[in-house]
Write a new protein. Structure first.
Lengths: 307, 326
């Protein structure tokens, strides 16, 4: 019974990790290629979720909503890049933090203006409803398994895109020497817009998929954004491989910590206290893991060459 | 030493105006404006703390809400224990005396600042920004999930803490206390900026390698500055909790960290009165826009974006010209 529960929690951890990877991949790509720290990435996640929920409500189809979320987030990303972000590449990180912080305020209040303060709800598509039996006798929702699968597919697709295509070659070149590929005649401004829109689309996809698990509301992107920061700091900023491993590490550590710590503590102290201390400790666990990793490797597990 | 440059004149006007408004409001029977001015003074003090790290040291801490909130919780928790009579730790009791609370807030914030700084300062640039953010989130989640002091709901301070000889519940009196503390904070900033330590700190910002070459360890200088910076922001947090007579995890949230940076940028980075100018501007924006529209944060975002993109010197930069090399 406990083993089955542990397996269930492990899968939940994987699912969280996969979501975090979608966010972190975009962040780390944008930082790797453009050297930009983008706080507004969580807003693009929110845009994706709202687009999916709205379109799914109109059309009655989750799948059209999912496509809409990709389109809307990529479009929002491209517009933001053209209007604002483009002016920030030459600025220091402080200016980037502030400008993208301002973008969060604009996105959040703007969304609240358009959609009101009440959360929207998004139903799991009929195809993915229901649960499958896990070894050990518990059941696990199909939808969460589908998210893990989707994340794995996206991770593989991203790997192919970056290692096998012309666009990927340019992205890699941009990561190692921005000025050089500009000098070689690659239209670097368009490349930047494309990379930003790609990162935005990944965030939007994550938002739409999570939207069916939680409510779709303003501010939903912020906790995920900060976890994604922890992920890329652990993984090494600019490294996609680091983002993947970091995301899985953070997802599983966080979920298993919340599950196991209170239980472990219960062996030593009274159950009520164990729940309290364990809960508090579990909420800090990933940050402690991050601190330990950084104390040993200040540039993360897979430091990018230039950063 | 203090020559009457344009910037000094503007600083003087700012300081006098901040003092004059509450007296005028008091005379006109408008205590709300006294609260507004108190808010400006406290936020300015918090941002002055951050300005030590960010302005002088170039350390972009995106986690100063941690210290602000710790200061606030020190005030709230000491007051709660004094009220209930339960001993705190190691047989110590709570306190309703502001000066006790201030000392505790300063010491605790400085210690946490040392711990966070010791790890964060091993990194730099964008890593430093994200790590300070992450540590602040750690404190935030701890405050939310620790139920003993209100958890997510926060902690009320039933009666404002006391200061010997005066009635702190009078808005004007409490403002004056905050004003004096702000002036002391600004004085500390000016002293540090002019000191050998401050020179080394600024030199480490401008050229780390050269500083190391002349035999000064940038890490130790920065860590010291970070801890002092944390202490000042923590002190402001204790005052803020007393102003609202309430402390909650929102004081620890990353929006708060962002706001503190915004205050400095709005006013002018690294300048003595930048935080005060920024805090005044911010609180007035908040009040004026908040009166016009519920969506004031939307417009605040637009204004902030415009300042970052087009007016990099902030308000003091516009009024007093470019900052001298400090």
């Amino acid at each position: 019974m406990t083993l089955a529960l542990a397996l269930e929690q492990l899968l939940n951890g994987l699912q969280l990790g996969v979501m975090l990877f979608l966010m972190a991949a975009g962040l780390t790509l944008i930082f790797g290629v453009m050297g930009l720290i983008n706080l507004a990435h969580g807003s693009l996640y929110m845009v994706g979720a709202f687009a999916c929920a709205t379109v799914a409500a109109w059309t009655g189809s989750f799948w059209i909503g999912l496509i809409a979320s990709l389109v809307a987030a990529a479009a929002a990303g491209a517009i933001v890049e053209l209007v604002v972000i483009r002016r920030l590449y030459d600025r220091d990180h402080l200016d980037q933090v502030l400008a993208t912080f301002a973008l969060i305020l604009i996105f959040s209040e703007g969304t609240r203006w358009l959609f009101g303060s009440f959360p929207l709800y998004l139903d799991i598509p009929p195809l993915l409803q229901g649960a499958v039996a896990l070894p050990g006798g518990t059941e696990y929702p199909v939808y969460r398994l589908a998210i893990i699968l989707a994340g794995a597919i996206v991770a593989f697709g991203l790997y192919l895109l970056i290692s096998r295509t012309r666009l990927g070659m340019r992205i890699r070149a941009g990561e190692s020497d921005r000025e050089m590929i500009g000098a070689l005649g690659v239209d670097i401004r368009t490349l930047y817009t494309v990379v930003f829109a790609l990162g935005a689309a990944l965030a939007g996809l994550a938002g739409a998929m999570v939207g069916a698990l939680q409510s779709v509301q303003v501010g939903m992107g912020e906790p995920v954004l900060i976890l994604a920061f922890v992920v890329i700091v652990i993984g090494g900023i600019g490294s996609i491989k680091g983002a993947l491993l970091g995301a899985l590490l953070v997802g599983v550590t966080d979920t298993m910590g919340r599950f196991l710590l209170p239980k472990i503590l219960a062996l030593f102290v009274a159950p009520a206290q164990a729940g309290m201390i364990g809960g508090a400790a579990a909420s800090m666990l990933i940050y402690i893991v991050m601190a330990v990793i950084l104390a040993v490797k200040p540039r993360g597990l897979f430091p990018a060459a230039h950063a | 030493m203090m020559t009457l440059t344009r910037e000094n004149l503007i600083n003087l006007i700012l300081a006098v105006m901040l003092l004059a408004v509450p007296f005028a409001a008091n005379a006109l029977g408008q205590p709300f404006y006294i609260t507004l001015a108190t808010r400006i003074a406290i936020l300015a003090l918090a941002a002055t703390g951050l300005n030590l790290a960010l302005g002088l040291g170039g350390l972009v801490s995106f986690g100063h809400a941690a210290f602000f909130g710790i200061g606030g919780y020190v005030a709230g928790i000491l007051a709660a224990h004094a009220f209930s009579g339960d001993p705190l730790l190691f047989g110590l009791s709570g306190s309703k005396q502001m000066w006790v609370i201030w000392i505790a807030a300063v010491i605790l914030s400085a210690l946490v600042g040392l711990a966070i700084g010791a790890i964060s300062l091993r990194t730099s640039g964008v890593y430093f920004i994200m790590i300070t953010l992450a540590f602040a989130q750690m404190v935030y989640y701890f405050a939310i999930s620790w139920p003993a002091y209100g958890g997510e709901d926060g902690l009320s301070i039933l009666v404002r803490n006391q200061f010997p000889g005066v009635n702190t519940m009078r808005p004007l009196t409490f403002f004056l206390i905050c004003y004096v503390v702000l002036l002391l904070g600004l004085g500390l900033f000016a002293l540090i900026r002019a000191s050998r330590f401050g020179t080394a700190l600024q030199a480490a910002r401008q050229n780390e390698v050269r500083v190391a070459t002349v035999g000064i360890q940038p890490y130790r200088i920065r860590l010291t500055a970070f801890a002092i910076s944390a202490a000042v922001t923590g002190l402001a947090g204790a005052l803020f909790a007393d102003l609202n007579r309430f402390v909650s995890p929102s004081m620890l949230s990353w929006h708060m960290s962002g706001e503190l940076i915004v205050l400095i940028i709005l006013g002018g980075t690294g300048r003595l009165f930048g935080p005060l100018a920024g805090a005044a501007l911010y609180v007035i924006f908040e009040f004026a826009l908040g009166g016009l529209t519920e969506r004031w944060q939307f417009f605040l975002g637009l204004i902030l974006l415009a300042v970052v993109l087009f007016a990099r010197g902030g308000l003091l930069g516009l009024l007093a010209g470019k900052a001298k090399h400090g």
